[in-house]
Design a protein around this ligand. Sequence first.
Ligand SMILES: NC(=O)c1ccc[n+]([C@@H]2O[C@H](COP(=O)([O-])OP(=O)(O)OC[C@H]3O[C@@H](n4cnc5c(N)ncnc54)[C@H](OP(=O)(O)O)[C@@H]3O)[C@@H](O)[C@H]2O)c1
Length: 281
Amino acid sequence: MSDNKTYTFTEHILFPSTHLNPGKLRKAVANKRILITGASFGIGEQLTYILAQAQANLILVARSKEKLEGVKKQAEQLGGEVEVFTADLTNETELEALINKLKNDDTGIDIFISNAGKSIRRSVFDSLNRFHDSTRTMALNYFAPVKLSLALIPRLIKQQGQIITISAANVLLIPAPKWHAYQASKVAFDQWLRAASPELREKRVAVSHVYLPLVKTRMIEPTEAYKNFPAMSADHAAKIICKCIVNRQRKFKPWWLIFGEIGSVLFRSPIEFFMKNTNTK
Ligand SMILES: NC(=O)c1ccc[n+]([C@@H]2O[C@H](COP(=O)([O-])OP(=O)(O)OC[C@H]3O[C@@H](n4cnc5c(N)ncnc54)[C@H](OP(=O)(O)O)[C@@H]3O)[C@@H](O)[C@H]2O)c1
């Protein structure tokens, strides 16, 4: 069930362990209604298990029906109350059906975790006939969470709830070559939520931005160069998200990101050269 990744020495330094107090987590989430998009695999799946153990009431969304049912079964065995909703969030009709369901749900929503995501790494020259790379990433990584947030805000205000976006550390760095479609869409939702958050906080809705480093999930598998890169485990990423729930923390970013932020300004050209020349298979 857990992704069981063992860290190398470097990974231990880069990703120091996150202590999650089970009692505090249970107090924060037991019987709370939590929507997780992208719960069938990777970070969303691991997050589901931790929250289920803390007796949360979960609504899981993704496209893979059978996989979602399997996650539900395991999460229920751990003590969670779980409902699944199969939807392709890039499909207007399916997204609308989810929104209708959430709006008419008597239980309300306490926490919305926007986690579903699609990444594409492709040179701009290989994208000349692939405008759909941009529309697909924008549909899932930007328009779907915006539409869901707008629909859920009245309910979140009522419950003094929380919106959490699972963002990427490179959103805070210089734009990386070959990541134009993915990065633009992740930055778009990050900016949208940053702009909305002062108004939301005034109404006691907490907003958390989780800027994750590379995480070992199926998302990074197509990128050959990442095979030997240090990567966080999905279980570890899930614990970080849970801490953001417990502390209603505004932001998580890896401790070393500040050096990356400075370095990406000072060493922009060599970094771009390196990134441009790493292979994608
Ligand atoms: N892995 C990393 O290195 C990394 C780093 C920083 C941030 N992140 C972010 O972390 C989040 C989770 O990614 P992950 O690494 O856990 O990737 P993952 O294992 O590929 O999981 C992505 C999830 O999104 C769902 N999804 C994809 N397309 C969808 C669609 N059209 N409609 C509904 N659900 C859809 C997938 O389920 P179905 O296929 O069943 O629909 C899956 O549950 C993403 O937002 C990603 O941008 C990842």
